[in-house]
Design a protein around this ligand. Structure first.
Ligand code: SF4
Length: 354
């Protein structure tokens, strides 16, 4: 089944404060906001482009703090979406919001309109990081919100932003562990980039904030993704959605933006899996003469190679071996390392037993 998201952009609607990193207009490429009275028309326009038999269609409210809007405004947005849902035109409704704008009344309203998924912009679970980002809520508020959303039976998503001011590896690990403990249904990782027109851009210009390098952001996101997946929580997105606007240095002032950020993270994870396996094998000095054969699922070849063969080059440089790739396994996520007729199985979960 294909998926079609009908995006309903509500830029900064309901936001009581301006988070230092946020500029929804830049992130979304100045997508036109949709007014409630135009919602039914927007839904119908999208529906003309999809085959309902083969497509799961979801209306998604994003770009603001949906549940911080006045109750009647929320209803004016939800009503047309609910009508489309109850007549079978669409399959689900989802929205994103702030963790401190979830309470029992809100939950009841969202249930009344049969919202399926609530995504919470948690960003960090460290109070100093949240305060510096001008979030206006604590880690405890976020944890409570996840509990409330899950107890009410919604699918619960959590968005995290590695690389915010005052974050370090220790805080990132703590945030990831706490997020995993909350058991959301999925997580999205958005490494912090410095967008024009934000307080973070001012902090950056004044030398008060240094964003993560691309390399460091990839490493941190790889760690987070591994920990989430090890705990059976899928990471459904890593990195901002690529767009022409974000490619523009007048928009993305600094930071680890890359149009294929998720691919870089997955490649780094494969680098780690194979590197770990090579260390376990303990290659003899003469290994330079014999290639190591890496078997994997054929659909994972580009991630295994790394961008511009980066993984192959690193294994050669760091372990003194020439690696040959064979996409001949029938399951994803594992590798078999073959050296001098001996085979060693490697996978992501082994990285945590180092
Ligand atoms: S991050 Fe969310 S709450 Fe903060 S300004 Fe942006 S849309 Fe509003």
């Amino acid at each position: 089944m294909k998926r079609c998201i009908i995006p309903i952009f509500i830029p900064h609607y309901g936001c009581s404060r301006q988070c230092v990193f946020c500029n929804q207009h830049k992130i979304t490429g100045n997508t036109e906001p949709v007014k409630p009275e135009k919602l039914a028309e927007t839904i119908n326009r999208y529906l003309m482009t999809v085959s309902r038999e083969t497509t799961f269609v979801e209306v998604a409210f994003y770009g603001g703090s949906f549940t911080a809007l006045p109750a009647d405004t929320q209803c004016s947005f939800l009503r047309p979406a609910y009508e489309a849902l109850s007549t079978g035109k669409i399959d689900a409704i989802r929205l994103s919001t702030r963790p401190d704008c979830i309470d029992p009344d809100t939950v009841a309203r969202l249930r009344q309109y049969q919202v399926a998924t609530v995504e919470l912009g948690v960003q960090s679970l460290d109070d100093a990081v949240l305060q510096t980002a001008n979030r206006g809520h604590t880690a405890r508020d976020a944890i409570r919100a996840v509990e409330l959303v899950k107890q009410a039976g919604f699918t619960c998503g959590v968005q995290l932003m590695p690389g915010l001011p005052k974050e370090n590896w220790h805080k990132l690990i703590k945030t990831t562990e706490l997020a995993v403990k909350c058991r959301p249904d999925f997580i999205r990782l958005y490494p912090t980039v410095v967008l024009a027109g934000t307080a973070l851009a001012d902090m950056y210009q004044q030398g008060e904030f240094r964003p993560l390098s691309l390399d460091e952001a990839v490493k941190r996101c790889a760690y987070m993704k591994l920990l989430c997946e090890r705990n059976h929580i899928p990471v459904i997105r890593t990195g901002l959605q690529a767009s022409r606007e974000l490619e523009d240095s007048a928009v993305t002032v600094a930071g680890p933006y890359h149009p294929a950020f998720g691919e870089l993270v997955d490649s780094h994870i494969y680098y780690l899996v194979v590197a770990h396996a090579l260390e376990q094998i303990g290659l003899p000095p003469a290994s330079r003469l014999n290639p190591v054969i890496i078997h994997f699922h054929p659909q994972e070849e580009s991630k295994m190679r790394g961008m511009k063969n980066n993984n192959l080059l690193r294994w050669q440089r760091e372990y003194g071996v020439v690696c040959k790739l064979r996409g001949d396994l029938d399951h994803k996520g594992s590798v078999v390392i073959e050296f001098n007729s001996t085979k060693f199985v490697g996978n992501k979960s082994m990285l945590f037993s180092v």
